[in-house]
Unconditional design. Structure first.
Ligand SMILES: NC(=O)c1ccc[n+]([C@@H]2O[C@H](COP(=O)([O-])OP(=O)(O)OC[C@H]3O[C@@H](n4cnc5c(N)ncnc54)[C@H](OP(=O)(O)O)[C@@H]3O)[C@@H](O)[C@H]2O)c1
Length: 74
């Protein structure tokens, strides 16, 4: 089994979200998901750079996190 950890994907679910450079197309994400599963990964961040974004999110102190407009109140 592969646990998939996705970044923002341009799909109907996110149709009303403001898009930024972190968004990936569904086709690209689908290719990366297939590659991860076929490669036998136990866990995959998709796209790969999402691992580093989430590392930053996890390691940002709450007080600082809440001062970043795009992230606050989450
Ligand atoms: N988009 C993102 O940025 C993002 C990021 C991280 C995680 N995710 C997660 O990834 C999952 C899919 O997200 P999405 O953006 O692709 O959502 P979406 O645009 O709303 O698409 C959901 C898809 O699931 C299908 N579906 C819903 N219920 C189903 C069922 N019972 N059986 C078979 N198919 C069913 C829908 O088919 P129909 O169109 O036929 O209803 C649709 O194709 C969600 O769990 C979401 O939380 C999404």
């Amino acid at each position: 089994m592969t646990t998939l950890k996705l970044g923002p994907v341009d799909t109907p679910m996110t149709a009303t979200h403001a898009k930024n450079a972190l968004f990936s197309s569904a086709a690209r994400v689908a290719r990366l998901i297939v590659r991860a599963i076929d490669g036998g990964a136990k866990e995959a961040f998709v796209p790969g750079y999402w691992r580093w974004i989430m590392w930053g999110v996890r390691n940002t102190p709450e007080a600082l996190f809440q001062r970043i407009g795009a992230l606050s109140r989450r």
